[in-house]
Design a protein around this ligand. Structure first.
Ligand code: NAD
Length: 473
């Protein structure tokens, strides 16, 4: 069993009160993390705020690369631990570990950049013989709150850019999957991260802990990734603080009339079922032109039926469990509701505890609950359309605006989809989830406020621009 104390000021602090973590497949306890109360959290936040970090660019680069090296030496241990706490299969968790390395290495590279600008002032009749320079200043204490899916990658997307910019962080990982965050923080300390640059806490009273992580006066910025419901609660409470919200999604993949059906099926497979479809950018709606929908549905069904799912520790499996049995039961109910209201089941829809079979539904309507709400699991719902206008209307008929995709080789149609989807990302002949860890990433509408994450944008977001000017002939 893996056990971590709260990471406070470079040490693990154990209070005797624990949050227990269970594997969703075996239902056995796999670990526990210490719980702290809000009085202790109040002090942690104040002490972290009062800690000033002055690492050189090279020192930040060096620490980030050392953590990446250490992590790469421990991929087996790390992926097994993520599987322990999530029930995700080893194929998925090994991939997550490699993404974490990318985040660290990109942050290390960007830490070396000189991000200042110079403006000559003798360029206007109102000018003077001066120059104005910019420099980026760390914000100070950043409160980070992360979700259960991708428990290490979500965390490192918040932490690595903070290290790269000399900020301090208090992190509250999901109480469902906290082990990865503590493991990462301890590894970072072992690699030379200064104490109090990153503290990691959880409280058994989740609501009180989360509220303090949102409203505490010493916090300069709240960086949250999670569901839209909680994101909006945070927005209503955070007050005069910088806020980045990365929220839920309902990505549509548009398969147009001219699409290569095999390519469309390939894109669907890579964009839907990875990570047990517990990705904010997973394809939640497949919009297929009616003229090719029968062929597409048959080929997709054959591929889905060939997926191996089950024991997440079996390295041959393509899919493990979802996060909890309750979550699996909820998606089962929503799929049943769609079937009861006219959708046609083509594959899956079997549940065993937290295991839910990869499921394909055809003839889904955009109003069916299974797509109208974010169904965070392995369901591939096909919605048939007649015209591109109709497809774009359906794709946008959702509160979410995270990402989307289109499979086609007809440029005028592709260009319309890129222009007209109300989303932060559109990928052509590629899954909506495709990104690199340092490219801008984030959504609009109920998926976020339009601020981007990804290493480069997060580093900008964690700093403010100070200008200074000097006399200069
Ligand atoms: P969640 O919103 O239930 O929880 C996320 C975090 O918020 C957890 O740490 C939780 O303890 C905390 N929290 C709970 N109540 C809170 C409150 N009142 N105030 C502040 N924090 C509170 O999300 P989840 O179920 O862990 O994760 C799945 C969701 O995250 C999905 O909706 C998914 O789309 C979204 N997500 C979004 C992105 C993105 O980048 N846009 C990435 C991953 C996941």
């Amino acid at each position: 069993m893996i056990e971590f104390g709260s990471i406070i000021n470079g040490k693990q602090v154990k209070t005797g009160e624990w949050i227990d973590i269970y594997n969703p497949y075996t239902k056995k306890q796999v670990g526990r993390v210490a719980s702290i109360d809000t009085k202790t959290l109040d002090k942690v936040l104040t002490d972290t705020k009062n800690t000033k970090i002055n690492l050189t660019r090279y020192e930040r680069y060096d620490i980030l690369n050392k953590i990446a090296n250490a992590l790469e030496e421990r991929v087996d241990e790390v992926s097994k631990m993520i599987t322990d706490e999530t029930g995700l299969c080893l194929k998925d968790t090994r991939y997550e570990a490699s993404r974490v390395s990318d985040v660290l290495r990109f942050s290390a590279m960007k830490a070396l950049d000189d991000d200042s600008q110079v403006f000559p002032c003798d360029v206007s009749k109102n000018g003077k013989p001066r120059r104005i320079y910019t420099t980026r200043v760390p914000l100070g204490l950043i409160s980070c709150i992360t979700p259960f899916n991708h428990p290490m990658n979500q965390v490192v997307h918040k932490i690595a850019p903070a290290i790269a910019t000399n900020n301090t962080v208090v992190l509250k990982p999901s109480e469902k999957t906290p082990l990865s965050a503590y493991y990462f923080a301890q590894l970072a300390l072992d690699c030379g991260l200064p104490p109090n640059m990153l503290n990691v806490i959880n409280g058994a009273d989740v609501q009180a802990t989360a509220e303090m992580m949102t409203i505490h006066p010493e916090i300069t910025m709240v960086s949250f990734t999670g569901g839209s419901k909680v994101g909006k609660i945070i927005a209503s409470k955070a007050g005069y603080k910088k806020l980045v919200l990365e929220l839920g999604g309902s990505s549509a993949l548009l398969v147009l009339e001219d699409a290569d059906i095999d390519e469309a099926v390939e894109v669907t497979m890579s964009g839907t079922f990875k990570n047990s479809a517990q990705r904010c950018t997973a394809i939640r709606r497949i919009l297929v032109h009616e003229s090719i929908a029968d062929d597409y549905a048959a080929k997709l069904t054959a591929r889905v039926e060939a997926l191996k799912y089950g024991d997440p520790y079996d390295a041959e499996n393509d899919m493990g469990t979802v996060i909890t049995e309750e979550s699996a039961k909820e998606m089962q109910l929503r799929v049943q509701d769609a079937i009861d209201n006219g959708a046609v089941l083509l594959a899956g829809h079997k549940r065993d505890g937290a295991l839910y079979a990869p499921t394909v539904l055809d003839h889904v309507q955009n109003a069916h609950e299974v797509v109208a709400k974010e169904t965070f699991g392995p369901v591939a719902p096909i919605i048939r359309f007649k015209t591109l206008d109709e497809a774009i209307d359906i794709a946008n008929d959702t509160p979410y605006g995270l990402s989307g995709g289109v499979v086609s080789n007809h440029w005028p149609s592709i260009q319309r989809v890129i222009t007209e989807l109300d989303t932060g990302t559109v990928n052509v002949n590629e899954a909506p989830s495709y990104r690199l860890e340092w490219t801008p990433f984030g959504g609009v509408k109920d998926s976020g406020l339009g601020y981007k994450e990804g290493v480069i944008e997060t580093m900008k977001g964690y700093t403010y621009v100070k200008t200074y000017s000097l006399p200069w002939d």
